[in-house]
Design a protein around this ligand. Structure first.
Ligand SMILES: Cc1cc2nc3c(=O)[nH]c(=O)nc-3n(C[C@H](O)[C@H](O)[C@H](O)COP(=O)(O)OP(=O)(O)OC[C@H]3O[C@@H](n4cnc5c(N)ncnc54)[C@H](O)[C@@H]3O)c2cc1C
Length: 431
């Protein structure tokens, strides 16, 4: 026990003595710290820029960490020795998490994927952000966007510790829901009919991995018996991480509306669905899952809600044709993976030599000179987006946004020297 005297006296502070607004200035402000935003922030800081990274959650990592996605998809080409298409922070994550046993390269269906320990990834992102000199601002929600002609001038942000205004030369919208673009007053897109379902991820423990049924057997049993357990989605899988005694369960389809009250309600509904999947697993595969318990629920996993109207809308035909755009900034071979049907998803796998690309113009908003969107809110039709929103291309888009804004400086991202950008991100666009 320490022998240190304790001063019991208090002092009074008054709201009127505090500044009404905390103001900060930086070169680049990134909103959203998921795979795309973290990549943008780290790349920009390493390019020598002063960066603030804003996120509405109290912790960094976006869905990759907080929704417990658990697998990097879209990093490799199809086929047995899929080669890596995206580098940058992807290389460091594979190296560092691999070295500590927190990464496991495996197959998701016919595709090569990198499973990861989400706790380790969360800490990796935090440490790397800090080491790169990025200033994080968490628990911070955008309330307003101030424009100066064609430029986003500043963001007004609410935090539990007071209001903040951030001025910057360039902004990255990595919010997933195109929040920055929307609040700046630019038109956005949503799904025209129906909706794109998200999923409530579940982590279970105390199961017998050796007796776990295969992917096909599991899917067949859900189709056959899912209705009996009130399961909305009639497919899905469990994936165990070697040595962790846990498995991820991805078997739900949840609604992810933009209305705030609906969103809160559907979040609880998602957990109810996840609970029903556990009853299914207990009863249908008692040898493997009879004793399984829930260790954690992820935050609601949101696939597609609202995205930008870019200078170019990436289409399903361009993806299928493997178009190599002149202003390509990311490559991807991930299948079209459409979750528009509550009972399952549509999966269209490409041949082994297939690669499609994402043009910079799908990340830029026609009316804004210093705004670049990345990740799951870039401009694409719903089917094309279902392929390029996975985390491999998200990381590549983040890197491209950082360099595009750096090159643009006080000018416009619509008029940068594309060859200079391509030189900076060449590892992500050529072998
Ligand atoms: C259930 C599910 C399973 C998936 N499985 C895989 C998979 O296995 N592999 C794979 O690669 N991809 C998978 N995906 C897709 C992938 O997870 C996402 O598309 C990707 O993580 C998107 O990253 P992002 O950086 O664009 O956005 P996000 O990770 O969604 O990050 C956005 C961030 O912005 C913040 N934000 C939002 N609004 C505001 C605001 N107003 N103010 C401040 N901050 C805000 C959020 O808090 C969040 O942290 C899956 C998606 C889902 C939903």
């Amino acid at each position: 026990m320490l022998d240190v005297p304790f001063d019991p006296e208090t002092r009074i502070i008054s709201r009127k003595d505090q500044p009404p607004l905390i103001e900060r200035e930086c070169d680049i402000c990134v909103v959203g710290s998921g795979a795309s935003g973290a990549s943008a922030a780290i790349e920009a800081a390493r390019a020598g820029l002063d960066v603030i990274l804003v996120d509405g959650l109290p912790s960094l990592g976006g869905q990759a960490v907080n929704s417990i996605i658990g697998m990097f998809c879209g990093l490799f080409t199809p086929g047995s020795d899929g080669r890596q298409l995206t580098h940058g922070i992807a290389d460091e994550i594979l190296r560092d998490l691999g070295a500590t046993g927190d990464l496991h390269i495996t197959r998701g269906g016919v595709m090569k994927v990198a499973m990861y320990n989400e706790i380790a990834l969360g800490r990796w992102i935090e440490r790397t952000i800090v080491a790169a000199g990025v200033k994080p601002l968490t628990g911070a929600i955008i309330r307003g966007v101030n424009l100066d002609g064609r430029r986003v001038a500043s963001l007004d942000i609410a935090t539990r510790h007071g209001d903040v205004r951030i001025k910057a030369r360039g902004f990255v919208d990595a919010s997933g829901d195109a929040t920055l673009t929307w609040q700046a007053g630019f038109d956005c897109r949503v799904q025209k009919t129906g909706q794109i379902y998200g999923s409530q991820m579940l982590i279970i423990e105390d199961f017998d991995d050796a007796k776990r049924p295969g992917w096909d057997e599991m899917a067949a049993r859900i189709r056959e018996r899912g209705e009996h357990y009130g399961m909305m989605r009639r497919d899905g899988f469990t994936a165990s991480f070697p040595g962790r005694n846990i498995a991820m369960v991805n078997m739900t389809h949840i609604e992810t509306p933009l209305d705030p009250f609906d969103a809160a309600e559907k979040q609880i509904d998602g957990k109810d669905q996840a609970d029903r999947t556990l009853v299914f697993l207990h009863n249908e595969f008692p040898e493997a899952f009879g004793k399984a318990r829930i260790r954690a629920y992820g935050l609601p996993g949101i696939r597609q809600t609202r995205w930008i109207v870019g200078t170019h809308q990436l289409t399903i035909d361009e993806v299928r044709a493997g178009v190599k755009f002149d202003d390509a900034i990311a490559r991807c071979s991930w299948p079209l993976e459409q979750h528009h049907n509550r009972e399952g998803y549509v999966w269209e796998v490409f041949p082994e030599d297939h690669i499609h690309t994402v043009p910079l113009r799908s990340l830029t908003v026609a009316g804004a000179d210093n705004l670049v969107a990345v990740g799951r809110c870039i401009d694409a039709d719903s089917a094309a987006l279902s392929s390029v929103r996975v985390m491999g291309p998200c990381i590549a888009m983040g890197a491209a946004a950082a360099h595009a804004l750096d090159i643009a400086g006080e000018g416009s991202v619509h008029r940068i020297d594309i060859s200079l950008l391509k030189q900076r991100i060449r590892a992500n666009i050529q072998d």
